[in-house]
Design a binder for this molecule. Structure first.
Ligand code: GLN
Length: 556
């Protein structure tokens, strides 16, 4: 194996790689399929990690617009990455780093920097071998310490941008023993008008794969329903795989059930056999069943929680959505997450918020829709409606309080109104100097000290917590005394930065400068979200006129 010395990788470590490509079209849930495979291998006792390859030229997702690309997910090391990494962290219950998101921007930047530094000794620098070597190096490095690394190639086979990656994976497989690599192709099986499952698009995408030297070992058909036997046979025949290597991945009402479906199909066993891992796997009866138990737990109660934001698509707030779901699982509640457009709220908010049980104001940038968010917060504060503010939502809770409780007219965040007479949210003095140099965003995991005896202390059950951040502005220290004198409690701080706020006289009014949603997992719901759900449930019990709602059940 020639790559051992070149890349510093020791092939004798015997690590396994599952490469996942997509056929026919994007948006098939390839990432969820890949993450589900990972979950099952983890249940069988293996250390599983993942690499998401994004063939775009951006170095990272930090500059990407949530309208177009969905949420920017933040990792503990401060990496701003594609939201798919969030799915991997949630499914695998692991913390990843920026190295697990390979982008064309990162790969080319590295190669160009090496070229400028003279590292290539006068050679012509080319896609093959220099770019492909860099891709392989990154994939191998991200896999260090794991038994199995799932490598998902974003986009669809045939995309120009994806070509260097597929070539790199071809070389990778060539350099490895065949039992260490498994190629999985996730593809679409549409129905014809007369209700027949059609395999031709799959045949074409596999033909495309084969033309670049890749033969799938496993084909997963995304279809409304399970694949019929004759569909499997046809795919097997024309794509040159055993019938037993064609698996269904039918639509399910909840993405967390995909691992269960895939397990029932036997995909995990097939993969472990191919990767020669079956002997090391926990016996079928002794595997980790926490996922199955968690996602199938009864959820008797129903609540509705409004998410007040400006990006009118679920993907832009996917981690908040998922964190609400996790808190629902933990408290036995089915959460109806309602979308409320912040711009509609600036006036006449009551009609939209009147029948919700709780409100979340998530993070964001820019002034559009902020007056509506402030109105939603006022409504919650005045009407004892459980409220959770995240990052910008935390900042707007300070603004609302300054305006309407302290009477500071025009109070605002300096980010959103440069001329505000009361910049209750501002850059810290030391940040202002840095700001001239750019890149002042506070990113990634930082510890917060929690004041004993507060709601935050109750929620976290600890005097500190470590959560992820992505912000630039802070509570202005000059206003803290005034805010506290009027009843706002900063129950979490990190040095001179305010991290958690709460209103002790309110049933549940909590804001966090950090983003707890990024650490929430199905099996480990985030404390501020669980607190919100518990507050919502007790409000439902107390509120007259809602007795017909089912009693509190489940429990965590
Ligand atoms: N725009 C605000 C800041 O930079 C909040 C950021 C956020 O909500 N992620 O501080």
């Amino acid at each position: 194996m020639p790559t051992g010395t070149e890349t510093g990788y020791d092939p004798s470590l015997g690590r396994k790689f599952v490469f996942v490509t997509g056929g026919v079209m994007s948006g098939l849930g390839k990432g969820i399929t890949a993450a589900s495979i990972g979950r099952l291998l983890a249940n069988a006792g293996f250390d599983v990690t993942a690499v998401k390859i994004d063939p775009y030229l951006n170095v990272d997702a930090g500059t990407m617009n949530p309208f177009q690309h969905g949420e920017v997910y933040v990792l503990k090391d401060g990496g701003e990455v594609d939201l798919d990494l969030g799915n991997y962290e949630r499914f695998l219950d692991t913390d990843m780093t920026s190295d697990h998101n390979v982008t064309t921007g990162k790969v080319y930047r590295e190669v160009i920097e090496k070229e400028r530094a003279g590292d290539y000794l006068g050679k012509t620098v080319q896609i093959i071998p220099h770019i492909t070597d860099e891709i392989k190096r990154r994939v191998r490095e991200a896999a260090v310490g794991s038994d199995v690394c799932i490598v998902e190639v974003g986009g669809t086979v045939g995309d120009i941008e994806g070509m260097p990656y597929l070539e790199a994976l071809r070389q990778f497989a060539h350099e490895e023993d065949s039992e260490n690599i498994l190629f999985t192709h996730v593809t679409l099986i549409p129905y014809s008008k007369n209700g027949e499952q059609k395999t031709k698009p799959t045949q074409h995408s596999v033909k495309e794969l084969r033309s670049i030297g890749l033969q799938p070992d496993v084909i997963v058909g995304r279809c409304e329903d399970p694949l019929e036997e004759k569909t499997r046979e046809k795919i097997a025949l024309f794509c040159d795989v055993p019938t037993g290597a064609v698996f269904s991945n039918p639509d399910v009402p909840d993405i967390y059930r995909v691992p269960l479906v895939v397990e029932d199909e036997g995909l995990d066993e097939y993969m472990m056999d191919h990767l020669e891992l079956a002997g090391e796997a926990l016996p079928a009866g002794g595997r980790d069943t926490a996922w199955r138990e968690t996602v199938t737990r009864e959820r008797d109660d129903e609540t509705s929680v409004a998410l007040v934001g400006k990006y009118g698509m679920e993907d832009a707030y996917i981690s908040v959505h998922e964190a609400l779901k996790h808190a629902g699982i933990a408290t036995g509640v089915d959460v109806d997450r309602r979308w409320v457009h912040s711009e509609d709220l600036a006036e006449g908010h009551d009609s939209q918020l009147a029948d919700v049980d709780g409100v979340v104001v998530p993070g964001g940038f820019g002034s559009r829709g902020t007056e509506g968010k402030i109105e939603a917060i006022r409504y919650c504060r005045e009407n004892d409606v459980p409220f959770l503010g995240l990052c910008l939502g935390f900042q707007m809770a300070v603004v609302e309080f300054a305006r309407n409780v302290l009477g500071f007219e025009g109070a605002h965040s300096a980010e959103l109104d440069e001329d505000t007479p009361h910049p209750v949210i501002d850059l810290l003095p030391e940040q202002r100097e840095l700001d001239d140099m750019g890149g002042t965003m506070r990113l990634g995991a930082h510890a917060t000290d929690i004041e004993p005896g507060t709601l935050a202390h109750d929620l976290y059950g600890d005097t500190s917590c470590t959560e992820r951040h992505r912000h630039r502005y802070e509570v202005n220290l000059e206003y803290i005394d005034g805010l506290e004198a009027a009843g706002m409690v900063f129950s979490g701080v990190s040095g001179n930065r305010m991290e958690i706020l709460e209103l002790p006289d309110h049933p549940y009014f909590l804001g966090t400068q950090f983003h707890p949603e990024f650490r929430s997992r199905p099996t480990r719901a985030s404390p501020p979200f669980v607190g919100l759900m518990e507050a919502v449930l007790s409000r439902q019990e107390e509120t007259p006129g809602v007795e017909e709602r089912p009693a509190v059940g489940g429990g965590n």
